[in-house]
Design a protein around this ligand. Sequence first.
Ligand code: GDP
Ligand code: MG
Length: 172
Amino acid sequence: MTDAEKSFKVVLLGEGCVGKTSIVLRYIQNTFNDKHLMTQHAGFFQKNINIGGKRVCLTIWDTAGQERFHALGPIYYRGSQGALVVYDITDNDSFIKAKNWIKELKTMLGNDISLCIIGNKCDLEKTRVISLAEAEAYAKSVGAIHYSTSAKLNKGVEDLFLDLTRRMMSNV
Ligand code: GDP
Ligand code: MG
C-alpha cells in the first residue's frame, strides 16, 4: 500500500460536534463543510508525507459518532502513537470532556503516546469561553502540547500534523 519508511496511527477524540471530522477533512482534502459530518465520513484516512527526507504514512482514525453514546473505548485508540484530543473553544463541556479523554489515555497507554490538545473553532473568538492561557497551562500539566485550530479558516491544521509527526518520530 505504501513504501513509507515509518507509519503511525493517530486517533481523533473529543465530544461530538467539536470539529474532529472537519479537521481531518481539511488536512486530507483541504475542504470544509458547514454541516455536521458525522455520518458521511467514518473510519480512517491515510496521508503520506515527507518529513526531513523521510517518507511517513499517517493513518488517522476518525469516529463514526460513537462519542455521543460514550461508546468509544480502548479498541479504538489501542496501538496509536498519537492522539488529537479536540475541544471547541466556545463550549466548556467539550473542554471537560477533553480532559477526561486525556486522563483515560494516560491511564491506558502511559507515556507511549504523543498527546495533543486542540482548541478548534478559533475563528469564533468572540464567543470563546476557554482562555488560551488556561488551556495551555492544562496541557503543560499533563505533558501534552496545545494547538489552536480553525478547520473552517484553515488555521493551524497543517502545522499541527507536521509537528505531531515530528514528535512521534522522536517519540516525545
Ligand atoms: P465532529 O462531530 O467532532 O466530527 O464535528 P464535525 O467535524 O462534524 O463538525 C461539527 C460542526 O462544527 C459542523 O457544523 C462544522 O461545520 C463545524 N465546525 C468544524 N470546525 C469548525 C471551525 O473551525 N470553525 C467553525 N466556526 N465551525 C466549525
Ligand atoms: Mg465526526
